[in-house]
Design a protein around this ligand. Structure first.
Ligand code: ZN
Ligand code: ZN
Ligand code: ZN
Length: 152
């Protein structure tokens, strides 16, 4: 693809490098100049060429995490989701067969409400805590905050 913007010289990559072969990538947000600039990955901290970072199509900017780290994170997320899904299926089965006793009172706010089954550990599908929807959401929000604080 030819980048008309660069041809007509309306846009220049930051730093205005001349005589270096640059590639333009069209994104919905406009053209993104790809040069041989190195940038550090915020996860593995390695310096890598910009082309080793995926592009946010809607913003037209590169991600802060390199492709390798991005793919690794995606795999981890997929595995975690699979584990959570199978725990939910097993727990629903546990309720049907009576292995898990169905509760009607939220174990956090003690109110009688429609309840969710919460897993502290997806490796123990029959260990469930019964929580109403607001309490359940609150718990997960708190967990996300804790995780974030540990990372930063
Ligand atoms: Zn990386
Ligand atoms: Zn509650
Ligand atoms: Zn939960």
């Amino acid at each position: 693809m030819v980048c008309y913007a660069r041809q007509s010289n309306l846009l220049k990559p930051s730093g205005g490098i001349s005589g270096v072969s640059l590639s333009c990538i069209a994104t919905p947000a406009g053209f993104l100049f790809g040069d041989n600039t190195m940038k550090p990955c915020n996860t593995c901290l390695a310096d890598k060429p910009e082309t080793e970072f995926y592009i946010y199509a809607h913003r037209g900017t590169r991600r802060a995490r390199c492709k390798l780290c991005d793919n690794a994170a995606r795999d981890l997320r997929r595995k975690a989701n699979l584990k959570a899904d199978s725990a939910k299926v097993l727990a629903a089965y546990g309720v049907r067969t009576g292995v898990i006793k169905k509760e009607h009172i939220c174990s956090n706010c003690n109110q009688e409400k429609p309840l969710h089954k919460h897993h502290e550990d997806y490796g123990k599908p029959y260990d469930v805590i019964w929580l109403c929807v607001p309490c359940h959401n609150q718990l997960h929000a708190a967990k996300r905050r804790m995780k974030h604080e540990q990372l930063s």
